[in-house]
Design a protein around this ligand. Sequence first.
Ligand SMILES: Cc1cc2nc3c(=O)[nH]c(=O)nc-3n(C[C@H](O)[C@H](O)[C@H](O)COP(=O)(O)OP(=O)(O)OC[C@H]3O[C@@H](n4cnc5c(N)ncnc54)[C@H](O)[C@@H]3O)c2cc1C
Length: 487
Amino acid sequence: MPVGEWDAVLVGGGVMSATLAVLLAEVRPDWRIAVLERLDDAGQESSAGWNNAGTGHAGLCEFNYTPQRPDGTVDPAGAVRVAEQFAASLVFWGRLVERGVLGPPEAFVRSVPHVGLGQGTDGVAYLRARFEALRGHPLFADLEFSDDPGVLASWLPLVLAGRTDGEPVAATRAAQGTDVDYGVLTRRLLAALRERGGEVRLRTEVTSLRRRDGRWELAVRDRASGGRRRLRARWVFVGAGGGTLPLLQSARVPEVRRYGGFPISGRFLRTERPELVAAHRAKAYGSAAPGAPPISVPHLDLRVVDGRESLLFGPFAAFSPRFLTRGRRSDLARSVRLGNLPVLLASARDNRSLIAHLVRQVTAPPSTRMAALRRFVPTARDEDWTLVAAGQRVQVLKETGGRGTLVGFGTEVVTSAGGSLAGLLGASPGASTAVAAMLDVLAACFPAQADEWRPRLAGLVPPPTPEEVARARRVLGLAPVRPAVAP
Ligand SMILES: Cc1cc2nc3c(=O)[nH]c(=O)nc-3n(C[C@H](O)[C@H](O)[C@H](O)COP(=O)(O)OP(=O)(O)OC[C@H]3O[C@@H](n4cnc5c(N)ncnc54)[C@H](O)[C@@H]3O)c2cc1C
């Protein structure tokens, strides 16, 4: 095969492409596979340790997966779905660690209990109903509920300290929760790809994509030398995070003609003060403010990045017109086309509460952020916490039923040209569900190979039965799931 010809090119070196590349190399070891990344290293954008909250989203504590029905009961389906997706990720990582290709797992995943925090009479009633809806499911076997101040103080010393207002508080706790450094994981996965003969090209930016003579032609720029060249591939995946929509637009993919993108940056309050970190050994999620989007659910997280422990509280939305943290100021303006202008306008019209929320967050003085933190940590002192920037999300806007809607919750796999091109749009639940999302990409693009590939894929991602999950947790050094004693 001449130089520049590839069977598969994956654009972007984030956790999505890295996961997909390893899956693809497993089912097609004979393929020439390349991952192209514009930055100096992989896993530096949304997948970077500090650019996301590192939660292994498994529905254990996030209320946005479990809406309350009008009769007060809770629908558990969304939480069960994301729990199954995360279980697939755990099983995949476990198998790779067993094969000795991911290195020591403690560098990218560790046990950190996940706590759901209910505040106020309604918050506590909701949490109790949520607990009742989930407790019978095997993936939630260790979920515990308590409104006993003594128990709560042992689970959440920092959150309970200094509470004098008598507000009802309750919590659920799942010791099986995890904190994940998706940046380290990404680089480990790409190292595994290299060992299998795949190529990872850094400082290589894809500037456009074109379909030509039954192949995809990628124009690339070497960011070190400034040199330009072209690559050809039979199959392309665009996993470029915030860079995905512009590239699909450049490829004139009809499926995204009416899609728009709106960037929202995340910021967190962070502390490394040892007494505070020692008093909060959990990820505690609360309820989003009325009208606020699911991505704004407040949470106080124990994080471990580069071996250092800290607490993060947020996220707080901020605005930047860039689609990537290291993108261009012109990204938003350049994404506006005649085809998507009506959707952008309809989205502005139909998402007023979200826009109002954003404006409030962007213009909020520091005291507002500290007030939000004090809802979680009443004793929080200004001098202990610093505001830090996290990653950039591009919320996809599209038209659904005549309304401009925001693909705020859930990712969307777009395929085009008979499945020879796929792209991942949307931001949540994100990195946690990379394995499930990338298996969807393979299924959508290669339906004819499904039967042939199934056994190999099942060797790497076996169905996440309780036994498989227990095995993966053992291999990954995570706390075993101990069924909770009925209250
Ligand atoms: C504030 C915040 C908090 C989050 N918290 C969580 C969480 O707790 N748990 C969770 O599971 N998920 C979380 N997420 C979501 C998660 O971070 C993302 O879903 C995930 O990292 C996306 O991975 P990716 O590979 O698609 O994108 P990225 O990691 O952004 O990777 C895309 C890569 O493509 C490269 N690229 C872009 N354009 C080009 C181009 N033209 N040519 C070559 N390379 C290109 C970029 O440099 C980048 O390295 C959070 C996100 C944010 C912003």
